[in-house]
Design a protein around this ligand. Sequence first.
Ligand code: GLC
Length: 437
Amino acid sequence: MKTFPNSASPPRQKRFNDQRDWFFEKRFGLFVHWGLYALNGWHEQHQWRARVPRGEYVRLAQSWNPQNFDPDAWLDAMEDAGMKYICLTTKHHEGFCLWNTAQTDFNTMNTPYGRDIVGMLAQACQRRGVPLCLYYSVVDWHHPHYPNQGRHHELPPQPGDAPDWEKYVVFLREQVRELCSNYGPLHGFWWDMNVPEAIDRSINDLIRQLQPAAVINNRGFDEGDFGTPERDFEEADETGVFGRPVEACQSVGMESWGFRRDEDFYTDRHLQRSIAKYLARDANYLLNVGPDADGAIAPESAALLKRIGNWYRATREAFENVEPASHGSSNRDVLLTRRDNTLYVVLHRDPVGDAVKLKPIQLAPQRATLLNTGQKVEWALDVVPSEHVQQGAFLRLRRLPVNALCNTVLVVKLEFDDLSGLATSSAQANQADGLIR
Ligand code: GLC
């Protein structure tokens, strides 16, 4: 069997069909975790994890003075990495607000720095046409009304607390209103840590009313617009397409999201694999850095972003404006994406050899190119000894530089005259294997 009569589009997530659809055009973004914890190079949850009394923690605000903060430097680093949008923690669990909020004094205006960081970033984003998303933690280790009860991600009760969830939600709603009213167009609202798992649809409704282009994640008061798989969990099926929009997130640091002194870092290859694994499946990806107390992206993180960018800029055409097409082959060691008659082969797992078999594809490409280097890729359509039973001449990529480039996720571009014969479902591809057998 060579081709398939039915070339219906491969599975793809539903689009929103409104202003939120920017999310499907710009798929790779920079996540930024920044707060008082950076001053001591602490994990962003140090206050909770090390049981630092609130009275002591709040004093950090007296030293907040990131003189080197330059939103354009962040956006330059973001663009260098090939990313197209940014998401900033406006208030992490510690409760310190990076904007000029009227709802609490615990904010950047009441520090030696005294400037509105969200405002500065928003202006730069607008000037440069970069979509801005804002992260907001529901859990709050500073606000007296937040019911800190010592549950997960919560402090034990602190002196001066007056737990009152209703009042806390009034405060939260007013903060959301400020963020959605005072900083121009927003493109996303990224909730985190709704410990009580409270549901209140009116809160996302408020965001939608004020910021119609904002995509909302699933960690707030309802299921929102998209799912947020975190870090790099192993999935049973690494090739499947998601049932709803997804934005995976991962930090460059293995331990923390903020700037942590003595951080350990992921390998470039691990991050490339992870990014490839999601982007090739129609999902978005947020890669995170934590700027230091001075406002700069510290050298290790900056260098890592640059290296990821070098890889991503070379391979990005395989991940942007494409459809997932892994079902086109029964080979589960690669991911496929497709645009018209071009097929991209992403080697997201450690290659075990220098050849890749693309059963049941039996089409000859016009051109085969390794995007990482631009070099031509050898291919063959012949019966290899291991296929002696089926006698199938399947497309095989050969002599890939797997040893020389063993730290890189390789991506091959295959240009065909006519790719309408590609299987449109895994069942079809597997069946084709079976039929030949
Ligand atoms: C986890 C971390 C939190 C971080 C978030 C980002 O929830 O605990 O600190 O902000 O991931 O997704």
